[in-house]
Design a protein around this ligand. Sequence first.
Ligand code: GCO
Ligand code: MG
Length: 422
Amino acid sequence: MPQPKPDENARAWHASAASKVRITGAKVIVTCPGRNFVTLKIETDSGVYGVGDATLNGRELAVASYLTDHVNDCLIGRDAHRIEDIWQFLYRGAYWRRGPVTMAAIAAVDTALWDIKGKLAGLPVYQLLGGAARDGVMVYGHANGADVDETVANALHYKELGYKAIRLQSGVPGLASTYGVSRDRYFYEPADARLPTENIWSTEKYLRSVPPLFEAARKALGWDVHLLHDAHHRLTPIEAGRLGKELEPYRPFWLEDATPAENQANFRLIRQHTTTPLAVGEIFNSIWDAKQLIEEQLIDYIRATIVHAGGISHLRKLANFADLHNVRTGCHGATDLSPVCMAAALHFDLSIANFGVQEYMRHTAETDAVFPHHYRFADGMMHPGDAPGLGVDIDEALAAQYPYEPASLPVNRLEDGTMFNW
Ligand code: GCO
Ligand code: MG
């Protein structure tokens, strides 16, 4: 066989340009069907388009502007197939790396491009990611209530619905309001007012309230269901160590966000005192936020998610790194992450080796109508469905009927007025 001459090689290589799918448009859609969502829609000359979630709770318009003012024009003319190249262009090319606004914007582009690639291939995205590594995705639901009895009654209801994993959050005696405790059984929405509401917090009262909640829950629910709890960054490491130790007899699946994690070494102290599994990372936006936590095996579950941590591409990298260190995933899935993120998360969860659990809070009927989707829930498990791409869409005409409404997350003060963690 004669070797091809260099110029023939070059021609063959350039011929692949014919398979390019050019991006012809990118637009941001902001809608508020009960709460604000930011969606990026990328269009191509093939007629196929893709969608990506860009919602950053309470800071929605910052990401919308980042995309509209700094990203969308750069996408026009690029080959939509080159997901990694576009990711690197937006990450390295920005000079200003990381941060929730930048990474949510990159996530939206990345997610929309995976959607496009799936639609062009005629395959659901999980097939492009290596195929299903399990039959379905175990999700946890939120049982909460004003007191222990109400929380346990709600947990029983979730068990009847088939949930295999349930998060327990209860009102704290002596405190007027508690994070994670909603007015509605299914729809928890922390962004509750135009400007931040100021709540009062007492760690002492809280710490007294959690072990009795778990004791009552185990009595009522038995041992065949996973129980989870979120401390929402309210504890010091030593307080978290104590709570973890006190919960050990009830075998919690995890204690979430025990302490703030800017200082990753915080978790060493917690680990020295308890074998309760630890989860953290819903506010992380990059693999670098979790490097030490993972390398030193200071956590058991990483909660970073598609929309806030650079999309499917970056989250896969993070999950693969975590897998080397026995850390599993437990992606954030509160209602402020749109159904577009939920769909992407389910494709990701289904395909990775070290999946742990997926948070699932049902969206309102208004939100579901704006974002028609193929994912489904049955017996405590979810599946993204087999539609090509992500299997989720945005009804733009309906979205336009719900204009943006400013809304903020509350803030917290200690009983003496000291500003505290939300
Ligand atoms: C969770 C989270 C939420 C967040 C909310 C903030 O575990 O689901 O802690 O309750 O507070 O998503 O945007
Ligand atoms: Mg949380």
